[in-house]
Design a protein around this ligand. Structure first.
Ligand code: HEC
Length: 130
């Protein structure tokens, strides 16, 4: 390859390299959220379904969505969904909150959980993208 060809191919890939890691993580997290969509929504039009809407999740107190009928186990768990607590929970929901009515096998992969967190962090409590 000539120097010129090398330079122009570098210019082609640069925009992709320059994308912040967080944006890539959030995009991967959005794909992972497909596992939750049967029961949960996020975004400005998010409604409670089988499970509560998950806007502003990271930092939210457990059992806090109005109009959603939580199990006593979730409601009384006293958890705050910070990153560490959410990570623990999503690996095995029924181990973290025995008696929860969320029927989900869990996600064990740490990278996938981090991506999910990056995805959730994009939405404020009203579901607006930050
Ligand atoms: C089959 C339905 C179902 C699936 C799939 C599911 N959930 Fe849930 N989820 C629920 C239900 C039902 C609850 C309410 C639990 C309770 O009240 O015990 C819940 C509760 C939660 C809570 C607690 C919310 C709060 O306000 O305290 C979080 C966090 C959560 N789910 C995250 C997820 C994520 C992330 C995924 C996907 C990786 C997922 N869920 C997949 C049904 C589901």
């Amino acid at each position: 390859m000539t120097m010129r060809a090398i330079l122009s191919s570098l210019l082609l890939v640069l925009p992709f390299l320059a994308q912040p890691a967080a944006a890539q993580d959030a995009a991967a997290g959005e794909r992972s959220f497909n596992k939750c969509r049967a029961c949960h929504q996020v975004g400005e039009s998010a409604r409670n379904m089988v499970g509560p809407e998950l806007n502003g999740l990271i930092g939210r107190h457990s059992g806090a969505v109005e109009g959603y009928s939580y199990s006593a186990a979730n409601k009384n768990s006293g958890l705050t969904w910070d990153e560490a607590t959410f990570t623990d929970y999503i690996k095995d929901p029924r181990a973290k909150i025995p008696g929860t009515k969320m029927i989900f096998a869990g996600i064990k992969n740490e990278k996938e959980i981090k991506d999910l967190i990056a995805f959730f962090k994009q939405f404020d409590k009203d579901g607006k993208k930050l």
